[in-house]
Structures are given as structure tokens and as C-alpha cells.
Ligand binder design. Sequence first.
Ligand code: TXA
Ligand code: MG
Length: 540
Amino acid sequence: METIIFHPEKDTNAIAEAAAILRRGGLLGIPTETVYGLGADGLNEDAVRRIFEAKGRPQDNPLILHVPDAGWLERCCVDVPETAYALAEKFWPGPLTMILPRRDCVPLRTTGGLDTVGVRCPDHPVTRAIIQAAGVPVAAPSGNTSGRPSPTCARHMMEDMMGKIDGIVDGGDCAVGVESTIIDLTVQPPRLLRPGGLPLEELEAVLGTVAVDKAVRQKLADGEKAKAPGMKYRHYAPRAAVTVVTGTPGRSARWIRAHLPEKAGVICFDEYAPLFAGHIVHRLGAADDKLAQAQHVFDALRTFDDTDVEAIFAQCPDESGLGLAVSNRLKKAAGFHTVDVSPLVIGFTGPTGAGKTCALRALERLGGLVLDCDAVYHELLRTDEALRGAIAGAFGDVFAEDGSLDRQKLGTVVFGDPAALETLNAIIYDRLPRELRRRMDGSDAPVVGIDAINLIESGLCGMCRRTVAVTAPPEVRVRRIMARDHIPEDYARLRVQAQKDEKFYRTHCTDVLVNDCADAAAFEQRAYRALETILKEEQA
Ligand code: TXA
Ligand code: MG
């Protein structure tokens, strides 16, 4: 079969001719903002059958219907809920597919035998014009041969479909690069079946709670049923075996470099490409540019097939925003073969005089990296212009001539004024976590201790998998701080009374270490054993 390539920006008849192919039951490669689709008249059983043949797609894997606007929902679906219109109003045209009850005119062949149908309005002016001109909802799976990475440019589409279909419309590179987000609106709460070009967070902002289907993050067991039939198939897979490395970018890059076999290829963030000189490298985009990563992920997976690499190692973004879709595509390409190089993060807190320092020493002996939040904060006060600016903006000039913070000046403003103290804390805890993450990323320690007096109150506990409180009976602490800080008993007692009691720590922390040992060495040994147990529990 001869495949006609249409160039709608040059050829004014392209849209009408492409629409005519759809009307007469032919197959047409169409550009969308997500990926290229392999389109046909979704109400014509014969045309739909040919889609499955051209892709080599299993018959039970349903197709998505593409419509030019929300007004077409009633033509394809029944019992359309208000939420569907609310989502369409906010996100269409765009990378969102809604699963709704099927209207009888939609053949079961299109829906893979299901009583529901997926509908979406693509954000590509040429394709919407073609669908409008054809006058039928267009069934279109991604235009790849079944199992291969989805096409994100006309060249990919030609690679897979040249000679097999009637035409391909060249609409340029896809702006999003990963397929649409699929939300099932026939269940309560609505369920995310496939992460895609519309971030989960944006759906949650409209729908409230959204359930995330298990198949999004892990491989289904044999015989387990996928809610989106397409999620059960091995997908996007290059010929070479893929290993996905999760964890912050510096850590995953260093891990790959240390474990890279000779004939292996790498998919990495731009910043880390120089680490892999001598290997075939495909860049995803900058580590913090998830849109670029989405745009490049399929091309990266695809082009390895033209090489002789025997294994592929890929860096993986975190799951926020478009990261969930990018990481899902990489993990599917890897058959969910992943290595997580994130450290175990343990928070340490407790009242003064209890022995936190001994516990942190024990953690270091176990190979841990300790991050002292107080010290990090004071370093940021000297070096972080954004933090200094925010403090100056809120409290005036509280910095001394030499640039250091005038603690007394700031202290007189914030202590005794709860609102001012809250403002200061908000500024600090906006900057501190990212600095802590930066330091964790710079280290390969398998476990990190975050040392913070106000671990719980500050919310820093949210970064921690476990939270360890070190406490001791008040009388013991009074004696210890008298000896340590050379202060009179009355004053020591006041300091101890001003602090949170043991009940607070028992309520808020995952683990409590009570220091009633005779000396520091004995307690350090007790802490060592307790931490060893925690590490074992977390490895299991
Ligand atoms: O961005 C996209 O959605 C692209 C472009 C071309 O629009 N299309 C696309 O189609 O990705 P496809 O066929 O490659 O993926 C459709 C996915 C499959 O996993 C399929 O199982 C699921 O949607 N799906 C379709 N209809 C469904 C239904 N009624 N219930 C559950 N899952 C459905
Ligand atoms: Mg597909």
C-alpha cells in the first residue's frame, strides 16, 4: 500500500483529503500534542479491525475515541456525569482521556468488549480540524507497532507504519511527548489508570481524592487483571534490557557510572552526560525540566534499537508533576526492573541533655551521614542570598556590618512575638529542606540522619522514613546540663521544664530511645544496637 504523507502547513487540501480517508474507512496517522495516533472511524467496525491488524495489537486492548469538543461526549457515551464536563471545561483540548459508559453506537470492537469507552479531545489544531471535517469520532491508539515506544514525530510514525496505512499527517514534533492521562469516571473515587501529560495533582485539584491504579507503579502479578487492559502488556520496550535507577539525580548518576557494563547505553539528565563518555548516551533534558524529559523519553528508548548496546541504564525523575508519567514509561520499558539508590532518612530529635549526640555518633559508625539542621541553617544564613533577603524583607536590617546575622537583634524581634517567630520559621523551613536534599544528593551514604530539635514542629519529619526521639528522665537531664553547660541548678531546671515532655515524643515519633544509661559510652552502644535493628527492619 502506498502511504501518502500530508503536509498541512504547505498543502491547503491536506485536511479535506485526510478527512476523506477516515470517512471511507481508511487508516491515518495523526499528530496530537501527546503522541502520534493511528486513527480510523471509531464507529466503523471494519476500519477499527484494520487498526488492530496494522499495529499487531491484542484484540482486548480498547481504543480511545478522539473528538473535537465536549459537545461530542453525548454522541459516544451515556450517563455522562457533571464531573466529566467540569474536567473537559478545564483540561480540553488537552492530554486527558475520560473513561465513561459506552453508547450503543460505539462498537464493542472499538472498546475491546468493554461497556465503557475512553474519550479525549486532542490539542492539535490540524487533527481537530480533520476530525471535524470527517464528522466521526476517531479511534486512535498510539501509532507505534504494538510493544514499541510511542511515536513522537512523523519520522517515528513512518518507521512503524510506512506501507501499512493510507496516510500520515505530518504535524511536527509532539509538544507533550507522553500519552494522555487516563481517568476512570465510572468508579468512586475516580481512578487514575495511566499517568500522562496531565499531572495527577491537577486532577486532584478538581476531583479531590483520586485512586491510583496499582499497575501505574508496579508490575501486575501473572493473572492479575489490569483496569486499563493496555497496562498489562510489556510496553515501550527497546530490544536491550533496561534498568531504571530511582533516587535523586546525583546519586542515580554516580550509581550508574559505578555499575555500567562496557556495552551499555545510558539515558540520563543533561547535567550528567559527561560522566558517561565513551557510551551511547541519550539525554532526557535537565534534571528539573520534566516537560523536556516527557518530550524525549520515547525517542531515547526508540533510538537504542538502531545500536548494538546490550543493556540500557536510565536515570528516573521523582514522581511529582509530569515525573509520574515519565517514570511510568521508563519503568514499563524496564519491565519494572528498578534499583532505588535513595538513602534511608532517619530524623533525630529530643530534649536537650538527653543524649542525641551519642545516638548520632552511633549512626555515623554505621556509615550514616549526619545533617545538623542548626549548623546547616547558620551556614545558609551566611551564604544563601534568598534566605538572607527573605529575612531582611520580614524583619528589617538584622545583619551586622560583616554580613553575619545579628542574633540578638533578630532575637528581640521574634522571641516573645509568636507571629514573628512563625514568620521566621516559615522562611527557614522553606529553604532548609532543599539544602538538606542537596547535601543528601551529594553523598552516597545509604542512611542519613537529620538532626533537628524541632523535627516534628517544623514538618522536617515529613522527609524522614523513621523518626527517633532520644529522651531521658528530667532529673537526669538537669544534672547533665548543669555539668555540661556549667549553669546553676535553678536555671537548668527551668530549661528542662520549658521543653516538650516524653509523651510528646512518644506520640509523634516512630521510635523512642530512653537514655538512662550510666555513661555516654554505654548509651552510644545501646543506640548503635537500636539503629542496627532499624536498618535491618527497613531493608526487609
Ligand atoms: O495520548 C493518547 O492517549 C494517545 C493519542 C494518540 O491520543 N493514544 C493512546 O492510545 O495512547 P493507546 O491505545 O496507545 O492507549 C490507550 C490506553 C490503553 O492502555 C487502553 O487499555 C486504555 O487506554 N483504554 C482505552 N479504553 C479503555 C476503557 N474503556 N477502559 C479502560 N482502559 C481503556
Ligand atoms: Mg499505546
